[in-house]
Design a protein around this ligand. Structure first.
Ligand SMILES: Nc1ncnc2c1ncn2[C@@H]1O[C@H](COP(=O)(O)OP(=O)(O)OP(=O)(O)O)[C@@H](O)[C@H]1O
Ligand SMILES: [Mg+2]
Length: 256
């Protein structure tokens, strides 16, 4: 039994069929790359895993427990964390507030519950330190941070609650070279800790360097399931463009 099992999942938005019977599995300590052209359905598939969207058909289980009937908060408590493409940070709030957004630790005073700001700050700083992230100041609104710094906050938020699986949607798209290496190192660390990782990225060199397996989505279908050590850029690109001509493949690679 895999950590995460997606079987025959389909999804339409109105008349538009976005996913057609997609299968995907992730084991403990396995890093799976999820790649495909713009609009292939990658983010949609992952939002079915988190519960942000409702699947039309199919089954998804975590550790053998079916999760499609469960609300997003329950799936999160079970250990599913996703770092969204658009980050979804509260730009006006500081680092600690973002890390604990909606899950603030509380303490009881005279029988009433209060948000424990001191605990939040302490735990937020500890996670930022553990990630080795460089932030200008932990108490500044995150909207004033660079793209890479905001990404670090989003990753810190995902890891604070000890997830079993972390889904990263384009975590390196906005980052400078050094920051990209930091995120890739972090993925390797998650793998070593036995956490399953799904990495969505158009940066195929990153995907080839950090994953164990690569699943290619092509127009909402799983077009390839490749073992990273047995594949190469040309094979991945060809599965992404799905038999398109070489000019298109080259153009895609140049974009990626
Ligand atoms: N909430 C929505 N309502 C309607 N259509 C949607 C919605 N979300 C996604 N889609 C459509 O589903 C298709 C797949 O979108 P999705 O965001 O999953 O693609 P993607 O593979 O993540 O692409 P990208 O690499 O550009 O992020 C697209 O045609 C998109 O327009
Ligand atoms: Mg997407």
């Amino acid at each position: 039994m895999s950590l995460l099992e997606i079987e025959g999942v389909s999804k339409s938005f109105g008349p538009v069929n976005v996913l057609h019977g997609v299968d995907l599995t992730v084991d403990r300590g396995e890093v799976v790359g999820l790649v495909g052209d713009n609009g292939a359905g990658k983010s949609t598939l992952m939002k079915l895993v988190t519960g942000m969207y409702t699947a039309d058909a199919g089954a998804i289980s975590l550790d053998g427990t079916p999760i499609l009937g469960l609300p997003p908060g329950e799936r999160r408590r079970m250990g599913i964390e996703m770092i969204y493409q658009d980050l979804a940070l509260a730009r006006q709030q500081d680092v600690a507030a973002n890390i604990f957004l909606g899950r603030e630790p509380t303490r009881s005073i005279l029988g009433m519950r209060f948000v424990d700001r001191a605990a939040m700050k302490r735990d937020a700083q500890a996670m930022i330190d553990r990630l080795g992230a460089r932030l200008p100041a932990i108490n500044r609104p995150v909207g004033s941070f660079s793209g890479g710094q905001q990404q670090s906050v989003a990753i810190a938020r995902a890891l604070t609650f000890e997830p079993k699986i972390v889904i990263m949607d384009e975590p390196t798209a906005a980052l400078a070279v050094r920051e990209v290496q930091g995120v890739l190192d972090l993925i390797r660390q998650l793998k070593a800790d036995g956490i399953g990782v799904i990495l969505i990225s158009h940066r195929l060199n990153d995907v080839l360097s950090v994953t164990d397996r690569i699943v290619v989505l092509n127009h909402g279908r799983a077009a390839a399931n490749l073992t990273t050590t047995n594949t190469d850029m040309a094979e991945v690109v060809s599965a992404i463009v799905g038999g398109g001509d070489m000019a298109e493949a080259a153009a895609h690679e140049a974009r990626g």
